[in-house]
Write a protein that binds this ligand. Sequence first.
Ligand SMILES: [Zn+2]
Length: 311
Amino acid sequence: MRNQARQRPTLEVSSLLKEEDVAHRFRSLSVWRKAGQRAPHKPLLCLLAISELFTENQRLVPFDKIQNPLRRLLTEFGPPRKVCHPEYPFWALQSEKGIWEVRSALSTLRPGNGYPSRRALLSSKAQGGFQEDVYNELRQNDELRAKVIDTLLQSHFPETLHEDILLSLGLVIPSGMQRSNNRDPEFREMVLSAYEYRCAVCGFNVRIGHVPIALEAAHIKWHQAAGPDIRENGLALCSLHHKLFDRGAFTINQAGCVLISEKAYGSEGFVENLGRFHKKPLLKPNRDSYMPKVDYTKWHTEQVFLAPARE
Ligand SMILES: [Zn+2]
């Protein structure tokens, strides 16, 4: 009896340490941000692999099975690129400490030998998956799994995209879970007051009492891409325009006008809510010095906007 009592806390401590160790590996996931380029490929692969944990019921999944869903995710939530390479994150995630492994029959396919082609991964029947301890922890520990999903979302994507990413993967974060929050209330207040509590695109402003409703402070260059919390990197946007902006349906050109993507279209409500603002100037903030800075709008146009713009 005495032995058991003594053992239990030790076991609990060691499992907490293990949990923290696994969570830490995902927190320190490095992403390639050369010259401010977005590279959410590794976090998207991690999220996809977490969503596969239960459906596949196997730790290592053939590249052949992962490539198409990964390509879809990269196209939908990655930066706009002409060609999409699911083989890059599949291979590169191995270099992160203690997260991922790739196994293949081909002896030349080894970490450090450079990137293999998609064809080499397919012909060698390469398989990839979480390392064994990570896989077991994530499968057994619901709380840890939710924490890792939250970390991956908060560190790499603005909040307006979280629900869409979760939905497209069939993942859920338990509703009672305390989510981390990197919103800065000061930034919100600074930006909303600079635009006098109106959406900079459509002018929307509705208050209940003194509280503005469905009006948000958007980062032009995302907080996750090290965009600063200053007025020149902010826009007051209604919830609808905030989401459309973060999804790349429109951007802001150097003259401060709205440009709408050719890839965004629709019927009911499209013209009223979006189409009619094409090439129209944004509402001006109450000081010229608060105008969006070109450094940030340029980043948005290159890294988020779904080019090309409409005619
Ligand atoms: Zn609006």
